[in-house]
Design a protein around this ligand. Structure first.
Ligand code: PLP
Length: 424
Protein backbone atom coordinates (compact mmCIF):
# COMPACT_ATOMS: atom_id res chain seq x y z
CA UNK A 1 0.00 0.00 0.00
CA UNK A 2 1.33 3.45 -0.87
CA UNK A 3 1.71 5.61 2.18
CA UNK A 4 -0.26 8.83 1.90
CA UNK A 5 2.97 10.77 2.45
CA UNK A 6 4.44 9.14 -0.66
CA UNK A 7 1.46 9.93 -2.93
CA UNK A 8 1.72 12.48 -5.67
CA UNK A 9 -0.53 15.52 -5.56
CA UNK A 10 -2.88 14.06 -8.15
CA UNK A 11 -3.12 10.74 -6.28
CA UNK A 12 -3.96 12.66 -3.12
CA UNK A 13 -6.62 14.65 -4.99
CA UNK A 14 -8.20 11.40 -6.22
CA UNK A 15 -8.18 9.97 -2.72
CA UNK A 16 -9.73 13.18 -1.37
CA UNK A 17 -12.52 12.99 -3.95
CA UNK A 18 -13.30 9.35 -3.05
CA UNK A 19 -13.37 10.19 0.66
CA UNK A 20 -15.60 13.23 0.11
CA UNK A 21 -18.11 10.96 -1.63
CA UNK A 22 -17.95 8.37 1.16
CA UNK A 23 -18.43 11.10 3.74
CA UNK A 24 -21.43 12.51 1.89
CA UNK A 25 -22.99 9.03 1.73
CA UNK A 26 -22.49 8.51 5.48
CA UNK A 27 -23.89 11.98 6.18
CA UNK A 28 -26.96 11.15 4.13
CA UNK A 29 -27.85 8.31 6.50
CA UNK A 30 -28.85 10.78 9.21
CA UNK A 31 -27.50 8.86 12.18
CA UNK A 32 -26.67 10.05 15.66
CA UNK A 33 -24.17 7.93 17.55
CA UNK A 34 -22.63 9.06 20.83
CA UNK A 35 -19.07 7.87 21.49
CA UNK A 36 -18.16 10.65 23.88
CA UNK A 37 -18.14 9.10 27.35
CA UNK A 38 -17.04 5.79 28.82
CA UNK A 39 -20.42 4.61 29.99
CA UNK A 40 -21.52 0.98 30.33
CA UNK A 41 -24.23 -0.07 27.88
CA UNK A 42 -27.71 -1.05 28.98
CA UNK A 43 -26.77 -4.72 28.44
CA UNK A 44 -23.89 -4.29 30.88
CA UNK A 45 -26.14 -2.63 33.45
CA UNK A 46 -28.58 -5.54 33.12
CA UNK A 47 -25.85 -7.87 34.40
CA UNK A 48 -26.23 -6.28 37.83
CA UNK A 49 -30.01 -6.23 38.14
CA UNK A 50 -29.72 -8.98 40.73
CA UNK A 51 -28.56 -6.25 43.12
CA UNK A 52 -32.15 -5.10 43.50
CA UNK A 53 -33.06 -8.31 45.32
CA UNK A 54 -30.09 -8.46 47.66
CA UNK A 55 -31.66 -6.40 50.44
CA UNK A 56 -35.32 -6.91 51.26
CA UNK A 57 -37.87 -5.71 53.78
CA UNK A 58 -37.08 -8.79 55.83
CA UNK A 59 -33.32 -8.78 55.47
CA UNK A 60 -31.46 -5.54 56.01
CA UNK A 61 -29.44 -6.18 59.17
CA UNK A 62 -25.68 -6.44 59.20
CA UNK A 63 -23.75 -9.47 60.35
CA UNK A 64 -23.68 -8.08 63.89
CA UNK A 65 -27.41 -7.18 63.78
CA UNK A 66 -26.69 -3.52 63.09
CA UNK A 67 -29.71 -1.86 61.47
CA UNK A 68 -28.28 -0.60 58.19
CA UNK A 69 -31.34 1.52 57.50
CA UNK A 70 -30.22 3.90 60.20
CA UNK A 71 -27.43 6.47 60.66
CA UNK A 72 -23.92 5.35 61.55
CA UNK A 73 -21.03 3.09 60.54
CA UNK A 74 -19.54 6.14 58.90
CA UNK A 75 -16.46 4.64 57.26
CA UNK A 76 -18.30 1.68 55.71
CA UNK A 77 -19.87 -1.59 56.84
CA UNK A 78 -17.46 -4.36 57.88
CA UNK A 79 -18.83 -6.84 55.32
CA UNK A 80 -18.11 -4.47 52.43
CA UNK A 81 -14.69 -3.54 53.83
CA UNK A 82 -13.74 -7.21 53.97
CA UNK A 83 -14.94 -7.67 50.39
CA UNK A 84 -12.98 -4.71 49.01
CA UNK A 85 -9.95 -5.62 51.11
CA UNK A 86 -9.86 -9.01 49.41
CA UNK A 87 -10.42 -7.55 45.94
CA UNK A 88 -7.84 -4.76 46.27
CA UNK A 89 -5.38 -6.81 48.31
CA UNK A 90 -5.19 -4.46 51.27
CA UNK A 91 -6.13 -4.89 54.94
CA UNK A 92 -9.77 -4.17 55.80
CA UNK A 93 -8.64 -1.43 58.26
CA UNK A 94 -7.12 0.43 55.30
CA UNK A 95 -10.48 0.75 53.51
CA UNK A 96 -12.88 3.70 53.64
CA UNK A 97 -16.19 3.33 51.81
CA UNK A 98 -17.86 6.45 50.50
CA UNK A 99 -20.85 7.21 48.32
CA UNK A 100 -21.25 6.17 44.70
CA UNK A 101 -18.41 8.13 43.10
CA UNK A 102 -14.65 7.75 43.37
CA UNK A 103 -14.27 11.01 41.45
CA UNK A 104 -16.08 12.76 44.26
CA UNK A 105 -13.73 11.13 46.79
CA UNK A 106 -10.76 12.38 44.78
CA UNK A 107 -12.21 15.87 44.47
CA UNK A 108 -12.89 15.95 48.21
CA UNK A 109 -9.38 14.67 49.00
CA UNK A 110 -7.79 17.52 47.05
CA UNK A 111 -10.26 20.14 48.31
CA UNK A 112 -9.48 19.04 51.89
CA UNK A 113 -5.75 19.24 51.23
CA UNK A 114 -6.17 22.82 50.01
CA UNK A 115 -8.28 23.75 53.05
CA UNK A 116 -6.58 21.81 55.83
CA UNK A 117 -3.45 20.14 54.49
CA UNK A 118 -2.66 16.42 54.80
CA UNK A 119 -0.72 14.29 57.30
CA UNK A 120 3.00 14.99 57.05
CA UNK A 121 2.50 18.50 55.69
CA UNK A 122 2.75 21.90 57.32
CA UNK A 123 -0.76 23.18 56.67
CA UNK A 124 -3.04 23.87 53.73
CA UNK A 125 -1.62 23.39 50.26
CA UNK A 126 -0.93 26.80 48.71
CA UNK A 127 0.05 27.55 45.13
CA UNK A 128 -0.10 23.81 44.57
CA UNK A 129 0.87 22.11 41.31
CA UNK A 130 0.10 18.59 40.13
CA UNK A 131 1.82 16.36 37.61
CA UNK A 132 -0.57 15.22 34.91
CA UNK A 133 0.54 12.29 32.76
CA UNK A 134 -0.68 12.94 29.20
CA UNK A 135 -2.83 11.61 27.64
CA UNK A 136 -4.97 11.50 30.78
CA UNK A 137 -8.51 11.56 32.16
CA UNK A 138 -10.26 14.85 31.44
CA UNK A 139 -12.18 14.90 34.74
CA UNK A 140 -8.95 14.67 36.74
CA UNK A 141 -7.77 17.76 34.92
CA UNK A 142 -11.05 19.55 35.53
CA UNK A 143 -10.72 18.87 39.26
CA UNK A 144 -7.31 20.58 39.25
CA UNK A 145 -8.48 23.46 37.10
CA UNK A 146 -11.54 24.06 39.28
CA UNK A 147 -9.54 23.99 42.50
CA UNK A 148 -6.82 26.25 41.09
CA UNK A 149 -4.13 23.55 41.13
CA UNK A 150 -1.61 24.25 38.38
CA UNK A 151 -1.10 21.34 35.99
CA UNK A 152 2.26 20.21 34.66
CA UNK A 153 2.14 17.76 31.75
CA UNK A 154 4.45 14.76 31.59
CA UNK A 155 4.34 12.11 28.87
CA UNK A 156 2.56 8.86 29.64
CA UNK A 157 4.78 6.18 28.10
CA UNK A 158 3.93 2.52 27.41
CA UNK A 159 4.75 1.46 30.98
CA UNK A 160 3.59 4.53 32.95
CA UNK A 161 4.56 8.19 33.32
CA UNK A 162 7.97 9.30 32.05
CA UNK A 163 9.68 8.79 35.40
CA UNK A 164 12.91 10.63 34.51
CA UNK A 165 10.81 13.74 33.94
CA UNK A 166 8.65 13.16 37.03
CA UNK A 167 11.65 12.61 39.33
CA UNK A 168 13.40 15.72 38.03
CA UNK A 169 10.32 17.86 38.59
CA UNK A 170 9.35 16.68 42.08
CA UNK A 171 12.89 16.74 43.46
CA UNK A 172 13.22 20.50 43.24
CA UNK A 173 9.80 22.09 43.54
CA UNK A 174 7.98 21.91 46.91
CA UNK A 175 4.83 23.33 45.28
CA UNK A 176 4.39 20.08 43.33
CA UNK A 177 2.07 18.25 45.67
CA UNK A 178 0.98 15.25 43.69
CA UNK A 179 0.48 13.23 40.54
CA UNK A 180 -2.56 11.64 38.89
CA UNK A 181 -2.13 7.96 38.09
CA UNK A 182 -4.55 5.51 36.44
CA UNK A 183 -2.27 2.50 36.83
CA UNK A 184 -4.30 -0.21 35.12
CA UNK A 185 -5.87 0.08 31.65
CA UNK A 186 -5.28 3.79 31.89
CA UNK A 187 -7.92 6.25 30.72
CA UNK A 188 -7.51 6.93 27.83
CA UNK A 189 -4.81 4.75 26.27
CA UNK A 190 -5.12 1.49 28.21
CA UNK A 191 -1.49 1.18 29.33
CA UNK A 192 -0.57 -0.69 32.52
CA UNK A 193 2.10 0.56 34.93
CA UNK A 194 5.12 -1.70 35.27
CA UNK A 195 6.62 -2.49 38.67
CA UNK A 196 9.65 -0.31 38.13
CA UNK A 197 7.46 2.75 37.56
CA UNK A 198 5.39 2.02 40.66
CA UNK A 199 8.53 1.59 42.73
CA UNK A 200 10.07 4.83 41.44
CA UNK A 201 6.86 6.73 42.17
CA UNK A 202 6.77 5.36 45.71
CA UNK A 203 10.46 5.87 46.41
CA UNK A 204 11.33 9.12 44.61
CA UNK A 205 12.64 12.08 46.56
CA UNK A 206 10.07 14.85 46.64
CA UNK A 207 10.73 18.42 47.73
CA UNK A 208 7.17 18.45 49.16
CA UNK A 209 7.04 16.32 52.34
CA UNK A 210 3.27 15.93 51.84
CA UNK A 211 3.36 14.74 48.22
CA UNK A 212 0.42 12.49 47.23
CA UNK A 213 0.02 9.89 44.50
CA UNK A 214 -3.62 9.80 43.47
CA UNK A 215 -3.73 6.13 42.49
CA UNK A 216 -7.03 5.95 40.63
CA UNK A 217 -7.50 2.24 40.09
CA UNK A 218 -10.80 2.80 38.25
CA UNK A 219 -10.22 -0.19 35.95
CA UNK A 220 -8.82 -2.60 38.53
CA UNK A 221 -10.97 -5.55 37.39
CA UNK A 222 -11.86 -4.47 33.86
CA UNK A 223 -10.11 -6.64 31.28
CA UNK A 224 -11.66 -8.12 28.16
CA UNK A 225 -8.64 -9.77 26.51
CA UNK A 226 -6.33 -12.35 28.07
CA UNK A 227 -5.57 -12.49 31.76
CA UNK A 228 -6.35 -9.57 34.09
CA UNK A 229 -3.24 -7.36 34.18
CA UNK A 230 -1.41 -7.31 37.50
CA UNK A 231 0.06 -4.17 38.98
CA UNK A 232 2.04 -3.76 42.17
CA UNK A 233 0.21 -2.75 45.31
CA UNK A 234 1.19 0.88 45.72
CA UNK A 235 0.38 0.91 49.46
CA UNK A 236 2.79 -1.96 50.10
CA UNK A 237 5.53 -0.55 47.90
CA UNK A 238 5.22 2.90 49.45
CA UNK A 239 5.37 1.44 52.96
CA UNK A 240 8.45 -0.59 52.02
CA UNK A 241 10.20 2.49 50.63
CA UNK A 242 9.48 4.53 53.75
CA UNK A 243 6.69 6.68 52.29
CA UNK A 244 3.52 4.99 53.59
CA UNK A 245 1.41 8.14 53.48
CA UNK A 246 2.23 9.06 49.90
CA UNK A 247 -0.42 7.05 48.01
CA UNK A 248 -4.20 7.33 48.15
CA UNK A 249 -5.77 4.42 46.29
CA UNK A 250 -9.25 4.89 44.79
CA UNK A 251 -11.65 2.44 43.16
CA UNK A 252 -15.36 2.07 42.58
CA UNK A 253 -17.99 -0.28 41.26
CA UNK A 254 -19.20 2.30 38.73
CA UNK A 255 -18.27 0.10 35.77
CA UNK A 256 -18.82 -3.12 37.67
CA UNK A 257 -22.47 -2.60 38.70
CA UNK A 258 -24.25 0.75 38.30
CA UNK A 259 -22.35 4.04 37.81
CA UNK A 260 -25.24 5.94 39.34
CA UNK A 261 -25.70 3.58 42.26
CA UNK A 262 -22.43 1.82 42.93
CA UNK A 263 -19.94 2.28 45.74
CA UNK A 264 -16.61 4.03 45.87
CA UNK A 265 -13.65 3.31 48.12
CA UNK A 266 -10.34 4.71 49.28
CA UNK A 267 -7.50 2.55 50.55
CA UNK A 268 -4.77 4.35 52.48
CA UNK A 269 -2.23 4.27 55.31
CA UNK A 270 -3.29 4.53 58.96
CA UNK A 271 -2.45 8.24 59.15
CA UNK A 272 -4.35 9.04 55.97
CA UNK A 273 -7.28 6.88 57.05
CA UNK A 274 -7.55 8.69 60.40
CA UNK A 275 -7.49 12.03 58.57
CA UNK A 276 -10.12 10.95 56.03
CA UNK A 277 -12.45 9.55 58.68
CA UNK A 278 -12.10 12.61 60.92
CA UNK A 279 -12.91 15.03 58.11
CA UNK A 280 -15.65 13.09 56.36
CA UNK A 281 -17.40 12.50 59.69
CA UNK A 282 -18.04 16.24 59.78
CA UNK A 283 -19.76 16.07 56.42
CA UNK A 284 -21.83 12.89 56.77
CA UNK A 285 -23.12 10.61 59.52
CA UNK A 286 -22.85 7.70 57.15
CA UNK A 287 -23.11 6.66 53.52
CA UNK A 288 -25.64 4.27 51.97
CA UNK A 289 -25.04 1.12 53.98
CA UNK A 290 -27.87 -0.80 52.33
CA UNK A 291 -26.14 -0.40 49.00
CA UNK A 292 -22.86 -1.56 50.50
CA UNK A 293 -24.68 -4.62 51.84
CA UNK A 294 -26.32 -5.25 48.46
CA UNK A 295 -22.94 -5.25 46.76
CA UNK A 296 -21.28 -7.49 49.30
CA UNK A 297 -24.12 -10.02 49.08
CA UNK A 298 -24.25 -9.86 45.27
CA UNK A 299 -20.56 -10.73 44.81
CA UNK A 300 -19.74 -12.62 47.97
CA UNK A 301 -16.04 -12.53 47.36
CA UNK A 302 -13.29 -11.77 44.86
CA UNK A 303 -14.17 -14.83 42.81
CA UNK A 304 -17.77 -13.65 42.45
CA UNK A 305 -16.51 -10.29 41.28
CA UNK A 306 -14.21 -11.81 38.66
CA UNK A 307 -16.97 -14.06 37.36
CA UNK A 308 -19.17 -11.00 36.98
CA UNK A 309 -16.43 -9.08 35.16
CA UNK A 310 -16.05 -11.96 32.72
CA UNK A 311 -19.65 -11.29 31.63
CA UNK A 312 -18.79 -7.63 31.02
CA UNK A 313 -15.76 -8.76 29.06
CA UNK A 314 -17.92 -10.89 26.75
CA UNK A 315 -20.01 -7.82 25.91
CA UNK A 316 -17.04 -5.49 25.46
CA UNK A 317 -14.63 -7.72 23.53
CA UNK A 318 -16.48 -7.56 20.18
CA UNK A 319 -16.86 -3.78 20.41
CA UNK A 320 -13.16 -3.18 20.97
CA UNK A 321 -12.40 -5.72 18.24
CA UNK A 322 -14.64 -3.77 15.84
CA UNK A 323 -12.75 -0.56 16.64
CA UNK A 324 -9.39 -2.21 16.10
CA UNK A 325 -10.47 -3.98 12.91
CA UNK A 326 -11.76 -0.75 11.41
CA UNK A 327 -8.58 1.12 12.30
CA UNK A 328 -6.43 -1.71 10.87
CA UNK A 329 -8.46 -1.78 7.67
CA UNK A 330 -8.36 1.96 7.12
CA UNK A 331 -4.97 2.95 8.45
CA UNK A 332 -2.56 0.00 8.58
CA UNK A 333 0.48 0.70 6.43
CA UNK A 334 -0.63 4.21 5.48
CA UNK A 335 1.74 5.92 7.91
CA UNK A 336 -1.15 8.08 9.04
CA UNK A 337 -2.51 7.08 12.42
CA UNK A 338 -1.26 5.36 15.54
CA UNK A 339 -3.58 3.75 18.00
CA UNK A 340 -3.56 1.40 20.96
CA UNK A 341 -5.25 -2.00 21.15
CA UNK A 342 -6.04 -2.17 24.86
CA UNK A 343 -6.78 -5.39 26.73
CA UNK A 344 -9.02 -3.72 29.28
CA UNK A 345 -10.47 -0.39 30.34
CA UNK A 346 -12.96 1.70 28.42
CA UNK A 347 -11.11 3.63 25.71
CA UNK A 348 -9.00 3.59 22.57
CA UNK A 349 -6.84 6.57 21.65
CA UNK A 350 -5.90 7.44 18.10
CA UNK A 351 -3.07 9.83 17.22
CA UNK A 352 -3.49 11.49 13.84
CA UNK A 353 -1.04 13.76 12.03
CA UNK A 354 -0.58 17.07 13.88
CA UNK A 355 -3.39 19.55 13.39
CA UNK A 356 -6.03 16.95 12.41
CA UNK A 357 -7.96 16.13 15.61
CA UNK A 358 -10.40 19.06 15.85
CA UNK A 359 -11.30 18.95 12.17
CA UNK A 360 -11.85 15.17 12.32
CA UNK A 361 -14.28 15.68 15.20
CA UNK A 362 -16.12 18.33 13.20
CA UNK A 363 -16.44 16.13 10.10
CA UNK A 364 -17.48 13.12 12.19
CA UNK A 365 -20.17 15.23 13.87
CA UNK A 366 -21.47 16.30 10.43
CA UNK A 367 -21.94 12.62 9.62
CA UNK A 368 -23.70 11.93 12.92
CA UNK A 369 -20.91 10.73 15.22
CA UNK A 370 -20.30 12.60 18.46
CA UNK A 371 -16.77 12.26 19.83
CA UNK A 372 -15.15 13.67 22.97
CA UNK A 373 -13.80 17.18 22.21
CA UNK A 374 -10.24 17.35 20.94
CA UNK A 375 -7.88 18.27 23.75
CA UNK A 376 -9.87 16.29 26.33
CA UNK A 377 -6.86 14.13 27.15
CA UNK A 378 -4.68 17.16 27.96
CA UNK A 379 -4.64 19.64 30.85
CA UNK A 380 -6.73 22.76 30.21
CA UNK A 381 -8.32 20.97 27.23
CA UNK A 382 -5.42 22.00 25.00
CA UNK A 383 -3.64 19.43 22.87
CA UNK A 384 -0.64 21.44 21.62
CA UNK A 385 -0.35 19.18 18.59
CA UNK A 386 -4.10 18.84 18.02
CA UNK A 387 -3.66 15.17 17.22
CA UNK A 388 -5.04 12.87 19.98
CA UNK A 389 -8.58 11.51 19.84
CA UNK A 390 -10.37 9.33 22.37
CA UNK A 391 -12.90 6.71 21.28
CA UNK A 392 -15.36 5.28 23.81
CA UNK A 393 -16.98 2.18 22.27
CA UNK A 394 -18.72 0.71 25.34
CA UNK A 395 -22.07 2.51 25.31
CA UNK A 396 -23.28 2.25 21.68
CA UNK A 397 -24.59 -1.07 20.38
CA UNK A 398 -22.30 -3.34 18.36
CA UNK A 399 -23.90 -2.17 15.10
CA UNK A 400 -23.52 1.46 16.13
CA UNK A 401 -19.84 0.94 16.97
CA UNK A 402 -19.30 -0.49 13.48
CA UNK A 403 -21.16 2.43 11.87
CA UNK A 404 -19.32 4.90 14.09
CA UNK A 405 -15.99 3.52 12.94
CA UNK A 406 -16.96 3.93 9.28
CA UNK A 407 -17.64 7.59 9.99
CA UNK A 408 -14.51 8.01 12.09
CA UNK A 409 -12.15 6.41 9.61
CA UNK A 410 -13.47 8.30 6.60
CA UNK A 411 -13.42 11.61 8.48
CA UNK A 412 -9.92 11.09 9.87
CA UNK A 413 -8.46 10.06 6.55
CA UNK A 414 -10.14 12.91 4.70
CA UNK A 415 -8.75 15.47 7.14
CA UNK A 416 -5.29 13.91 6.94
CA UNK A 417 -5.30 13.88 3.14
CA UNK A 418 -6.34 17.53 3.07
CA UNK A 419 -3.56 18.36 5.50
CA UNK A 420 -1.03 16.67 3.22
CA UNK A 421 -2.45 18.49 0.20
CA UNK A 422 -2.07 21.80 2.00
CA UNK A 423 1.60 21.00 2.59
CA UNK A 424 2.36 19.76 -0.94
N1 PLP B 1 -11.46 7.58 37.22
C1 PLP B 1 -11.30 7.23 35.95
C2 PLP B 1 -9.92 7.00 35.42
C3 PLP B 1 -12.40 7.12 35.11
O1 PLP B 1 -12.22 6.78 33.83
C4 PLP B 1 -13.69 7.36 35.63
C5 PLP B 1 -14.87 7.30 34.77
O2 PLP B 1 -14.79 7.26 33.57
C6 PLP B 1 -13.81 7.71 36.98
C7 PLP B 1 -12.68 7.81 37.75
C8 PLP B 1 -15.14 8.00 37.59
O3 PLP B 1 -15.36 7.08 38.58
P1 PLP B 1 -16.64 7.15 39.53
O4 PLP B 1 -17.82 6.81 38.73
O5 PLP B 1 -16.33 6.16 40.60
O6 PLP B 1 -16.71 8.56 40.07
Amino acid sequence: MTKLQDMSRSQLRQREEALVQSHAALRGRNRTIDMTRGKPSAAQLDLSNGLFNMVTEADYLGADDEDYRNYGVQSGIPEAKTFFAECLDVPAESIFIGGNSSLQLMYDALARALLFGVPGGDGPWREASFICPVPGYDRHFTVCETLGIKMISVDLLDDGPDMDAVEALVANDPAIKGIWCVPKYSNPNGIVYLSDVTRRLAAMTTAAPDFRIIWDNAYAFHHFEGELAQIDNILDVAAQTGNPDRPLMFASTSKVTFPGAGIAVIAASDANMADIVAHTAVATIGHDKLNQLRHERFFGNRRGLHEHMAKHADLLRPKFAAVNDALEKSFAGKGLAQWNAPKGGYFVTVDLPDGCAMETIRLAAEAGLKLTPAGCCHPYGRDPQDRTLRLAPTYPTQREVEQAMDIFCVSAELVSVRKLLSEH
